[in-house]
Design a protein around this ligand. Structure first.
Ligand SMILES: [Zn+2]
Length: 404
């Protein structure tokens, strides 16, 4: 009996498992640990907090890591991770690697670190660019290997999902991590490219975001027409200021404006991001970059200006430019609340709303779905909808392991 129990225990310990270190039942830092036959792989390295993240210690010694995209809640704690894993080379798409120095510099600057650009360049230099679509060996120990395949997943330029094939002498498991994604095309970034379900090798576990899983307004948005209506509404000659996020909103909307023949001035802080988008084929032909003084003069003349950040945080270009102007058509996208009473809020989500989340789960046909990265209530409601669709759904807590 004792022998049987210890065998059972050994078998359980050998069973691959996935543990959210951060990101379960919450928005904010994303960090999910996959343990399989002694291999340890971290999916995303996010934190938006100042303190060294607790999860970075829990991650321990890693064999490999994957960064899905360069938003702060997915890449923000890269330095903390490298501190405990100095030889780690986290994998990311080529566009994410190109955007990482900018994304991390913004974070270090917000934390008031000295020389944020150098710190950001050092951390970003650890990333290893891997092109989507081709399987590669992510980690190996003896006769156990984890093969990874990245696929573009919409959301922002460079964002990727990852398919993980865990091969051991007597077992095979497949995990699909679908982080922030959307199925609809944006002006520059195409919608997610989901792998075909393979009946021979089904996905054992789909680990999926659920940020907008219960947002009926987001689900009702018809993306093409909504974007076209926004662009048309900006064809007037009062001063117009778009307060947008640099990675995603600003270059996507600037590209839609260029395509519609509407020129715009962009505050120069966002230029490095626009350069990466342009290198990826974005049409930014009617974009001109300018410093704060030139942007301000342009607004005086009734022009259209794009500036970061989307929250109009004190001291940001958007906040400074909005100033005390009362004649301004001030627009933000996807804000929960208006930064001020004069702001026009437009809904143009770059996350999957409920119908897209259901569509993705249906297409991938996993044995089990684990929902993360969303408010607890949102994930609960989404889980109910997916269960009605016939899925086996779990909403784990942080540090609660899901055994495959
Ligand atoms: Zn994101």
């Amino acid at each position: 009996m004792t022998a049987n129990l210890s065998e059972l225990y050994a078998a359980m310990m050998d069973q691959p498992r996935l543990t959210p270190l951060a990101g379960a039942n919450a928005l904010g830092a994303n960090a999910y640990l996959l343990e399989a036959h002694g291999l340890r792989v971290l999916l995303d390295a996010g934190s938006v907090r100042d303190r060294p993240a607790k999860w970075a210690r829990l991650a321990g010694d890693l064999d490999a890591a994957f960064v899905s995209h360069v938003h702060g809640d997915h890449i923000g704690a890269l330095s903390a991770l490298l501190y405990s894993n100095p030889t780690l080379r986290p994998v990311a798409s080529p566009e994410s690697v190109a955007l990482a120095p900018y994304a991390l510099a913004g974070r270090f600057a917000a934390l008031r670190r000295a020389n944020p650009r150098q710190l950001a360049r050092d951390a970003a230099a650890s990333l290893r660019a891997v092109a989507p679509g081709s399987p590669f060996e992510l980690a190996r120990r003896g006769d156990v290997s984890i093969t990874a395949t990245l696929s573009r997943c919409g959301h922002v330029l460079g964002a990727c999902s990852v398919l993980l094939d865990i091969s051991a002498p007597e077992s095979f498991h497949r995990i699909f991590y679908l982080p922030d994604f959307c199925l609809h095309d944006q002006p520059v970034t195409p919608g997610a490219d989901l792998p075909d379900a393979d009946p021979e090798r089904p996905i054992d576990l789909l680990l999926m975001e659920g940020v907008l899983g219960a947002d009926a307004d987001a689900d009702a948005v018809s993306h093409g027409p909504a974007r076209a209506a926004l662009v048309e509404s900006l064809r007037h000659d009062r001063p117009r200021l778009l307060a947008l996020s640099a990675i995603g909103q600003a270059p996507e909307l600037a590209s839609a404006l260029s395509a519609a023949g509407i020129p715009c001035l962009v505050h120069e802080l966002a230029r490095p991001v626009f350069d990466v988008y342009a290198a990826s084929g974005a049409d930014l032909s009617l974009v001109t970059f300018a410093d704060l003084a030139a942007c301000s003069r342009a607004l005086d003349e009734g022009d259209l200006v794009i500036a970061t950040d989307e929250h109009l945080s004190k001291g940001s270009p958007s906040h400074t430019l909005a100033g005390a102007r009362t004649d301004l058509d001030l627009v933000v996208l996807n804000a929960q609340r208006s930064p001020n009473a004069r702001t026009r809020r437009v809904l143009l989500p770059d996350h999957a709303a409920r119908s897209q989340l259901r569509e993705a789960a249906r297409a991938l046909a996993p044995r089990r779905v684990a929902l993360v990265h969303g408010a607890a209530r949102t994930l609960k409601l989404l889980a109910r909808a997916l269960a009605r669709d016939g899925h086996d759904v779990v909403v784990p807590s942080n540090l609660q392991s899901i055994t495959l």
